[in-house]
Design a protein around this ligand. Structure first.
Ligand SMILES: *[C@@H]1O[C@H](CO)[C@@H](O)[C@H](O)[C@H]1NC(C)=O
Ligand SMILES: *[C@@H]1O[C@H](CO)[C@@H](O)[C@H](O)[C@H]1NC(C)=O
Ligand SMILES: *[C@@H]1O[C@H](CO)[C@@H](O)[C@H](O)[C@H]1NC(C)=O
Ligand SMILES: *[C@@H]1O[C@H](CO)[C@@H](O)[C@H](O)[C@H]1NC(C)=O
Ligand SMILES: *[C@@H]1O[C@H](CO)[C@@H](O)[C@H](O)[C@H]1NC(C)=O
Ligand SMILES: *[C@@H]1O[C@H](CO)[C@@H](O)[C@H](O)[C@H]1NC(C)=O
Ligand SMILES: *[C@@H]1O[C@H](CO)[C@@H](O)[C@H](O)[C@H]1NC(C)=O
Ligand SMILES: *[C@@H]1O[C@H](CO)[C@@H](O)[C@H](O)[C@H]1NC(C)=O
Length: 496
């Protein structure tokens, strides 16, 4: 305590700033301040209730209020009454450094003056339930809370301790505007606080030890600009507080006298999108990225989440980076990630027909053709991109043909002897018909126009010649069979 003489000079404590002028009501608009009792150090002045409103807080014997330590007390309280109903936005409480006697305290804001004994019938605006409470508490009422009185109250009815209840605030800062008196310089009529706006709140870290707690009434903490904090300290506070309604974290000499800035705002529910995964969360303005804890189910205002499409997927619509905005709104659209196949590979025996787009989505197909002088021997000439981003079938392989591929392709082998026999008979009959037609008419109508196909394109002699040639080709392809037929009759091969 005594080491802190130097700190006294730091006149302005918990720096406070809003977009508009509000006042420290306990200083500029106070009517009275009272308490259940007061403590007096030996040879010193009593610790009067107004010491909690004097803007100094480091030295307990000079700067703080404390109730006495009589064991007969069942409760202890401190109270300030304003001259008129006021709207309260922020209460900063600095308790005695290194002490936790205020564990379980209640904070009341009443809109008419009441006695401490009436508090039991009222609902507190805040109840600290931490077993080891923070030495510094900042409580925000973003919408403003109307009241004419503020009580700090403690009783030991619910705890097993035999210690007397003691309340010892070193400083109570109550920031707000005056509702009932329009002539006041900080009359609410002159202020522009809408209540729901994204007003930036701040608080100074007072002690190097102990802990701090931040609370937003009805809203969620969004930890902001702390560019003068070491990134590890910043992340520590972010992890503890961001997106929460109430948090506490340990102080340190690194963050002492630094200003914590935050919003009390809506939160955005964090969602998982198909085929994508959360990559990181970014604090706007600072560009600080962090991996939110797995349990984080939401992100507070002024943060972005950055998603990535899963492997083999690409973004086809929506946004991979989305900002949490006011009123729980994520900016942009839900990201849609679609699977894609790699550029299909092929060897030099085939060529590929590219699809319209260079990106192959599911169900897109690719077709291959064999290069010139190659024929297909293996794999699939048509392949389709499937739901896992793989190409169906197998890569096609074509081989170079030894003889011209066209002939090989059109070659037609007749292996059925019955079919062969019929074919020969048919050819013979056709030839007979042609012959009759020709011998009957050729001489008589030498100069006449003849429309018939057979005579137009085939003379008799050439007709016979070609037919014979065809027959030879067909027959030669199955000479052994022919031989058997000539020797044993047409049905020999079947009955054998
Ligand atoms: C006082 O508070 C009570 C309960 O919190 C509320 O019903 C009443 O309207 C308030 N009166 C004024 C004048 O704000
Ligand atoms: C102690 O204070 C709390 C808050 O006002 C109250 O709920 C509780 O009943 C009190 N206990 C006694 C014995 O007064
Ligand atoms: C962060 O806060 C400091 C003062 O505390 C201010 O100078 C600076 O502009 C702020 N930066 C951003 C990004 O808000
Ligand atoms: C979302 O993506 C669309 C299309 O790429 C873009 O025009 C828009 O600006 C993005 N919105 C945000 C908030 O990033
Ligand atoms: C992407 O996937 C969605 C379904 O998840 C589908 O409706 C859409 O057609 C796909 N887009 C493309 C380009 O394949
Ligand atoms: C095709 O590739 C094989 C080996 O990959 C190579 O031996 C061959 O010469 C290539 N053919 C052509 C026409 O490039
Ligand atoms: C896609 O094809 C790959 C390889 O053939 C196979 O392993 C996978 O199961 C297929 N996926 C679907 C969704 O059919
Ligand atoms: C690929 O070719 C094989 C053999 O021709 C065939 O059995 C299979 O169905 C084909 N696969 C696809 C996906 O077309």
């Amino acid at each position: 305590m005594e080491r802190s003489i130097a700190y006294l000079v730091i006149g302005v404590l918990l720096t406070y700033q809003l977009k508009c002028e509000v006042c420290n009501l306990g200083r500029s608009y106070r009517k009275t301040t009272t308490a259940s009792s007061r403590y007096t150090y030996q040879n010193s002045n009593p610790l009067t209730p107004d010491k909690a409103l004097d803007e100094s807080y480091y030295i307990h014997s000079d700067d703080c209020f404390s109730s006495n330590d009589e064991h007969t007390n069942t409760s202890a309280w401190w109270e300030v009454t304003f001259r008129c109903i006021s709207k309260i936005f922020q209460i900063n409480l600095v308790f005695r450094e290194d002490f936790v006697r205020h564990a379980g305290y209640y904070l009341f804001i009443t809109n008419q003056t009441v006695n401490a004994s009436d508090l039991i019938h009222l609902d507190p605006v805040y109840h600290d339930e931490e077993p080891s409470p923070s030495q510094q508490n900042t409580i925000i009422f973003p919408g403003g809370h109307s009241g004419v009185q503020v009580y700090l109250y403690i009783n030991h009815s619910n705890s097993n301790t035999t210690d007397p209840p003691i309340i010892e605030p070193c400083e109570v800062e109550i920031y707000g505007c005056v509702e009932g008196d329009v002539n006041e310089s900080c009359a609410c009529a002159n202020t522009t606080i809408g209540g729901q706006g994204p007003d930036l709140w701040q608080t100074n870290v007072v002690f190097p030890t102990g802990s701090l707690s931040l609370t937003c009434d009805d809203y969620y903490l969004s930890i902001m600009n702390m560019s003068d904090f070491h990134v590890d300290e910043f992340l520590r506070i972010l992890e503890a507080c961001d997106g929460k309604q109430h948090c506490s974290f340990n102080s340190s000499s690194h963050i002492q006298n630094k200003t914590l800035m935050f919003y009390c705002q809506d939160k955005c529910s964090n969602e998982n999108y198909t085929n994508s995964h959360l990559n990181r969360t970014v604090v706007e303005g600072l560009g600080i990225e962090y991996q939110p804890a797995v349990s984080d189910s939401f992100t507070a205002f002024l943060k972005s989440r950055v998603y990535d499409c899963k492997g083999r997927h690409i973004l086809t619509s929506g946004n991979l980076t989305r900002q949490c905005q006011e009123h729980d709104q994520w900016s942009g659209e839900d990201p849609v990630c679609n699977v894609t196949c790699q550029q299909p590979d092929h060897d030099n025996s085939t060529t590929i027909h590219q699809s319209r787009s260079p990106i192959y989505f599911e169900d897109y197909s690719v077709s291959y053709t064999c290069r010139e002088h190659h024929r297909h021997v293996h794999g699939n000439l048509t392949r389709v991109c499937n739901g896992s981003g793989d190409w169906s079938g197998e890569k096609p392989v074509c081989r170079r043909c030894k003889c011209p591929c066209d002939r090989v392709k059109t070659q037609y082998f007749i292996t059925d002897t019955e079919v062969l026999r019929k074919k020969i008979n048919k050819l013979n009959n056709e030839l007979k018909v042609h012959r009759k037609d020709l011998s009957a008419t050729v001489r008589a109508k030498t100069c006449a126009k003849d429309e018939r196909k057979s005579s137009k394109y085939l003379g008799f002699i050439t007709g016979i010649g070609i037919t014979t040639a065809v027959l030879v080709i067909i027959v030669c392809s199955d000479l052994p069979l022919m031989y058997r037929q000539v020797r044993f009759g047409p049905y020999a091969s079947r009955t054998r």
